[in-house]
Every structure is written in C-alpha cells, then in structure tokens.
Design a protein around this ligand. Structure first.
Ligand code: GSH
Length: 225
C-alpha cells in the first residue's frame, strides 16, 4: 500500500490527499510533528531520508520515494488514470499545470504574509506592526487575483473543463486564505460557487474539516484573532 507522510496543517500534503481520495486509491498516512512555535523541527526521519528539501508531502510506493505535491500528483495520475486529473490535449494539460503552479507559487506568494496570524503577536511592537501592514498589502494583492480567477469561471464549474489538479491546488490556496482571515469570496460569485461545489465533494470537505480541526488544536492565535 502507498504510504504518505503529511503535516497536519500542510497545504501541499492535502493536495495529495484530495487526489488520492478522488481517485479512490487506498493509502496509509503518517503525520509528522508540527507546532506553531517550532514548525516541523525536529524533522521526521523519513522526510530527512527521502526528500532532500526536507519537506512534506513524501510518498512511498514500494522502493520508490517521491516528493513535491506536483510531482506526486502526476505520478498518481499515471498510476491510476481514472478519473483523470489532467485534460486530454497537450495544450489543455499545460494550461492546467500552469494554473496549479499559479496556486502553489503565484497566488500563494502573498499568502505567506498572512501566515503570521497563526502565531501569537510578536514581542517587538514594531515587528508586529510591520507584519500587520504586510498582511493588509497582501490582502489587496489577493483580492485582485480573486477578481481574475472569478472571471475565468464565468461559464464553468471547473478551471479546466472537468475536475483537475488546477482545482485541487487553487482550492487549497483559497482555503488557506479563508483560514488566515484573508479576503472573503462574497463579492466573487463565480469563485464562491466553484468553492462551494468543491466543498460538496467528500475528498475536499474532509481536507477542509481536518485543517479546521488541526487549527483548533495547534493554532489558538487564529481563534483569538
Ligand atoms: N513545492 C513543495 C512544497 C512543500 C512544502 O512547502 N512543504 C512544507 C509544508 S506545507 C514543509 O514541509 N515545510 C517545512 C520546511 O520547508 O522546512 C510541494 O509542492 O510539495
């Protein structure tokens, strides 16, 4: 059976779990330790052994060890092609891959400036104020991206025709924006409809519920927030 090492609050781990569940692939999962104070330190031995970047997710399939959510999603789609998580033509596939990259690296970039909201206020008032200001600026950038993404969904329920890795990646980044108190989806009707539609799928609702439960346990600052 496949074995997946995940973090309780790891966006990239949940991408892989959503794909596994959408495809109905059985897997065993092991949570690596995580606290808001120390992050992933000390790193899990399997993560140190199998990922030179020392990050989760890590997937073990027999004597094969893979890392990076994007690489793992591609492997899963080849291993178990039904239901496909990529479109059929090379052009549509690359559009889809670029949207997944957008979720993970471009839309996610300003989200990094919201992550401080999971931590207690910084002891130094100036540092805290600088973080708050950077968070506000990030919210402006995210709102602009929401408007763009909303326009792309004008006529569609999914970003690439049918459910794909683009939806999985974007869902997780939008979920993180919501949990970190970023811009709401209310004024973006198409994006809100798309998000609700995904939340109605068990694979996605389980990811959302598990992140919320992990926050209740690990991120008291968010509740206080
Ligand atoms: N591009 C990687 C990113 C993985 C990543 O950033 N993992 C985080 C948890 S979500 C991690 O393990 N961070 C610990 C570290 O970087 O030391 C992927 O898609 O898997």
């Amino acid at each position: 059976m496949l074995k997946l090492y995940v973090g309780p609050l790891s966006l990239f781990s949940r991408k892989v779990e959503i794909a596994l569940r959408e495809k109905g692939i059985a897997y065993e999962r092991e949570f690596v330790a995580f606290t808001q104070e120390r992050g992933y330190e000390p790193k899990h031995p399997a993560v140190l052994a199998h990922n030179p970047k020392h990050q989760v997710p890590v997937l073990i399939d027999g004597d094969l060890a893979l890392f990076d959510s994007t690489v793992i999603l591609e492997y899963l789609d080849e291993l178990c092609p039904e239901p496909p998580l990529y479109p059929a033509t090379p052009q549509d596939r690359v559009r889809c891959r670029l949207l997944e990259l957008d979720a993970d690296e471009i839309l996610f970039a300003p989200v990094r400036n919201l992550l401080f909201r999971t931590e207690p206020p910084h002891a130094d008032a100036h540092t805290h104020a600088a973080r708050v200001a950077a968070g506000k600026a990030a919210e402006g950038a995210i709102s602009a991206r929401f408007a763009e993404l909303d326009a792309r969904l004008r006529h569609d329920d999914f970003f690439c025709g049918a459910l794909s890795v683009a939806d999985i990646g974007l869902f997780m980044t939008v979920l993180f924006i919501q949990r970190l108190g970023g811009p709401k989806l209310d004024s973006h009707a198409n994006l809100a409809r798309w998000y609700r539609g995904l939340l109605a799928r068990p694979a996605f609702s389980q990811a959302a519920a598990e992140i919320a439960a992990a926050d209740r346990e690990l991120s008291p600052a968010l509740a206080a927030g």
